[in-house]
Write a protein that binds this ligand. Structure first.
Ligand code: SF4
Length: 369
C-alpha cells in the first residue's frame, strides 16, 4: 500500500535507530503527544530500538482519556431523560463518570446511540423531530471540524431538536501545562501530525521559544516516529529548539484554511478541565454565542455532575508523562481491559491499553521487520 509499507520497513528503521544512537551523547527524554503514536511505539517496539540514552514518555493525546468526569455525568443524565437520544462515538460508552457510564445508562433504558459521524446525529434529529437529539462532541483539533460542521448544518437547516454537548480540548495549552508541571522532565516533543494537518504548526513556535524545547511534528508509522526522534535528538544535541515538520506529506505550516475557518466561526476558546490533569487555561472549545441555540448545556440546564474519585489509578501521571503504565502496581493484575480501574485502560487509544495489548500477558513482539 502506498504511503504505508515504506513507512514500516525494518531495515530503514534500524538505520534510523543506529543514527540516533550515533548522535545521542547525553540522556534525552522526549514525549510523543498522541495516543496513536504511543500505540505505534509499543506495538512495533520502537522504544526498544532506541539507544538507552533516549527515553520516550507518553502524553495526554487520548481524547477519551482526558474528557472530564463531569461531562460523562452530564451525558449520562441527558441520556436518561425521557424523550432524548444521546449520540456518541462508541469509545465513549465505557468511559466512567463519577458513578456510572453510558453503557449502564443504555442498560437502564436510556436511548444511547453509537454513531460513526457527527452528521449521523443530524439525520437522526430529522428522522425523530419529536425527540431531543444530543451529540456528545469530544476530542482534539482533529475532530473539531466535523463537529463544527454538525452545528453549522443544524443552524443552516434550522434543526430545532438537535444540540451538542461539547467537551473539546486543544493540544498546545496542554503541552504548556505539562512543561510548567513541577515534575516535568520533557526535553522535546513529537507533536501529533493529524492535529497539525488541521491547525498547522504556527502555534507551536512560541512554545518552542519560551520553553526552549524542540517540537517535531511527526506522523504515525514506525519510520515517521523514528525520523521524528532523530530530528528532535539532533536539535537537542546542537542546542537548537525549533519547530520542525517530519510529517510534511500531510502537514502545511498554515494548516487547513477551510477547517480553521469553520472552527473559528462555530467555536470559541474557553478554559477546560482535563481528566487526570486538572484545569488548563484556554485549552478547550465551546460553541460560540452565535450557536448558543445548539448548546446542550443551555438547552438542558444544570445537571448533576460529580468529581473524579480518588483511587489507586495513576492515569493522571501516565497522561503527564510522569509514569509509564508498567509503573502502576495495578497494571495487568487488578487493572485489565476487562476490569479497568482507569480510563487509560478503558480507551483503545490509552497508554495502559497499549501496553496491556502489546506487552501485557502476551509475548513481547519483535521490533519492525
Ligand atoms: S494500569 Fe489501570 S490503574 Fe494503573 S494507571 Fe493504568 S488505568 Fe490506572
Amino acid at each position: 500500500m502506498k504511503f504505508r509499507e515504506e513507512y514500516r520497513d525494518g531495515a530503514a528503521a534500524r538505520t534510523l535507530a543506529a543514527e540516533i544512537a550515533r548522535i545521542a551523547t547525553r540522556n534525552w527524554t522526549l514525549m510523543e503527544v498522541c495516543g496513536g503514536q504511543t500505540h505505534a511505539i509499543v506495538r512495533y517496539g520502537i522504544d526498544r530500538l532506541l539507544p538507552p540514552q533516549v527515553t520516550l514518555v507518553h502524553g495526554p493525546g487520548c481524547p477519551v482519556c482526558v474528557t472530564p468526569v463531569e461531562y460523562v455525568d452530564k451525558a449520562i443524565e441527558i441520556a436518561l431523560r425521557p424523550g432524548t437520544i444521546l449520540c456518541s462515538f462508541g469509545d465513549m460508552l465505557r468511559v466512567p463518570g463519577s458513578h456510572s457510564d453510558l453503557f449502564a445508562a443504555k442498560a437502564r433504558g436510556g436511548d444511547v446511540r453509537v454513531v460513526y459521524s457527527p452528521l449521523d446525529a443530524l439525520a437522526i434529529a430529522k428522522a425523530e423531530p419529536g425527540r431531543e437529539v444530543v451529540f456528545f462532541a469530544v476530542g482534539f483539533e482533529t475532530t473539531a471540524p466535523a463537529n463544527a460542521m454538525l452545528a453549522w448544518r443544524a443552524q443552516q437547516e434550522n434543526i430545532p431538536n438537535l444540540t451538542l454537548l461539547v467537551s473539546h480540548v486543544l493540544v498546545p495549552p496542554a503541552m504548556r501545562a505539562i512543561l510548567d508541571g513541577p515534575d516535568s522532565r520533557i526535553q522535546g516533543f513529537l507533536a501529533a501530525g493529524h492535529v497539525c494537518t488541521v491547525m498547522g504548526t504556527r502555534e507551536y513556535d512560541p512554545i518552542a521559544a519560551r520553553y526552549r524545547v524542540p517540537i517535531v511534528v511527526t506522523g504515525f508509522e514506525p519510520i515517521d516516529i523514528l525520523e521524528g526522534v532523530l530530528m528532535c535528538v539532533r536539535q537537542l544535541e546542537q542546542g537548537r529548539y525549533a519547530v520542525e515538520n517530519q510529517y510534511s506529506r500531510m502537514v502545511r505550516r498554515d494548516g487547513n484554511a477551510t477547517a480553521l475557518d469553520l472552527i473559528g466561526r462555530v467555536f470559541t476558546v474557553i478554559p477546560r478541565r482535563w481528566r487526570g490533569i486538572g484545569d488548563i487555561a484556554e485549552s478547550g472549545l465551546a460553541l460560540a454565542p452565535a450557536f448558543a441555540a445548539f448548546d446542550a448545556e443551555r438547552r438542558f440546564g444544570a445537571v448533576d455532575a460529580g468529581d473524579e474519585a480518588v483511587s489507586e489509578c495513576m492515569a493522571g501521571q501516565v497522561l503527564r508523562g510522569v509514569a509509564k503504565p508498567p509503573d502502576c502496581p495495578a497494571f495487568g493484575t487488578r487493572c485489565t481491559p476487562e476490569h479497568p480501574l482507569g480510563v487509560t485502560m478503558v480507551s483503545s487509544e490509552g497508554a495502559c491499553a497499549a501496553y496491556y495489548r502489546y506487552r501485557g500477558l502476551a509475548p513481547v513482539p519483535e521490533p519492525v521487520t
